[in-house]
Design a protein around this ligand. Sequence first.
Ligand SMILES: *[C@@H]1O[C@H](CO)[C@@H](O)[C@H](O)[C@H]1NC(C)=O
Length: 553
Amino acid sequence: MADQPDVMEAGPLTAGQVACLAAYVTAVVLWAWSEWLNYRLKHSKKAQSHAHSEASGADAEGKPLLPLGGTHVDVEASSVNGAPGSPAPAELGKPSYAWTSSAFYRCLMLDEEALLACREALRSAVEFGTILAWFYVADRTSLIAPGTKSYTRDTFLFIFLVLTIVAGSYTLKQHRSLLLHRTQTEEWKGWMQVLFLLYHYFNAKEIYNAIRVFIAAYVWMTGFGNFSYYYRTADFGIGRFCQMMWRLNFLVLFCCLALNNSYMLYYICPMHTLFTVMVYVALALGARYNKSDLAIWLKIAACFLAVFIFWDLKFVFYALWTPFMFLMGYSDPRRPASDHLYEWHFRSSLDRYIWIYGMICAFMHPKIEKFLQAVDAMETKRRRVTRAVLIAFWAGVGYAWYHYVYLLPKIEYNKVHPYTSWIPITVFFMLRNLTPPMRSFSMGLYGWLGCITLETYIGQFHTWLLSKRPDGQPIYLLTLLPGYPLLNFALVTGLYVALSHRLFQTTSTLKDAVVPHDDNRLLLRNLLMMCMVAGVAGCFGFLMVEARKMVAP
Ligand SMILES: *[C@@H]1O[C@H](CO)[C@@H](O)[C@H](O)[C@H]1NC(C)=O
């Protein structure tokens, strides 16, 4: 339709972008330095083993150099296992919590030992920054012309079907036969994510309502997974909590800075962050009562009440979030709205109750599992009849939901969604877990995709689809092969999934390097240092922007 794409010129860099650029350049320099040191070290080692001479310029101080973890370990493998070869920079500072002994500070001071030890982390930082730089080039410059979306049901379903056949034929995995085993929830996330992404790519408006259910299912899993974890382990450690926050928000933070976007453009991130925090708070407050079933039910009731007060009473929601407008405000530049909290209210309201239902399901999990096992143990004829009855029951419930709820038009559907999304979710997981083989098999390919849903969600905005202006919705397609929509789809999808996977890996490497799991003092120190670095980088960016304005007003 629109021949003239609504593209905004990139314009001068913002303070945030200058700060990111400065950080990126610093990381590149430090990383190159550490690679060079490593290269020199390897060579001197070789020379040593040849000539038995122990004098070497690189470690003249006589200090043993830190183990570099197998110079032959390939980068891919070592970062998959949380980089055992590269001691986390934080580890270097163990004997002392002084800032000057931190690996970060020592790297900046070009301390060779620290640089060598941080090589892996520095490499991750550079890779992460390079991918973001690519996002900027693809989505903010005129280098790549945007393509437009078009939908044919045939292509859409074909792609999903082919992928599912491959996943189901070649990547089946077996694990213990448990209700909603982790590999199964990952698989579930994976295929929903594929449909969710294809829905964006092809603008498949006709499955809008199904997409709403998928997003509800993610939020349900947030409640389910986190409740199970905290209830089972009672591990409320602040280190682990911070690691989770890092995982959820590190990439999105840098996308916002580097691309000058609002946090709310990626609304899935604030939503999951908030609901994750709420599950944590629900279980961590008065954790010593968690052993009592009554206390858990009271906590769940309190969650319902809290949601009712903070969402259903709209004025409370607005009063609470207006001070955070800078963070939660959003307005689509192509359709400016006057109410900048509307988006946050709309998105978070749709799934405001389903995470609590996820907690309930996690709490009831042992009972449901016992029931399923009781069915498994019945003698053949009774078992078949029972299962047939179960199938008929859930199929009936599912059909009723489909007929009375799913088929509603978008606006009406959204009105009932918060109160009905639990129905298809329950029907799905009850049918999916009916028999022991069904419980134990899952499709590895979808499980793999399910692990990187956050990255594919964020990445799609800038390297699969394109938004082509700050805060814009991703209404265009990344087009590297104009005139060949399907070939282009294959090419950019490969690129996009690979980059998403790398973003996942690098985020996790950096997380391990910066956020210690169980040393709160170190955690606090690193947190303060990060704030300081951010402050310095921010001031630098601000000054540069002001300077540029003075030079070229
Ligand atoms: C808690 O929820 C978040 C957000 O969905 C998720 O990333 C994280 O893996 C969950 N934690 C557990 C232990 O399941």
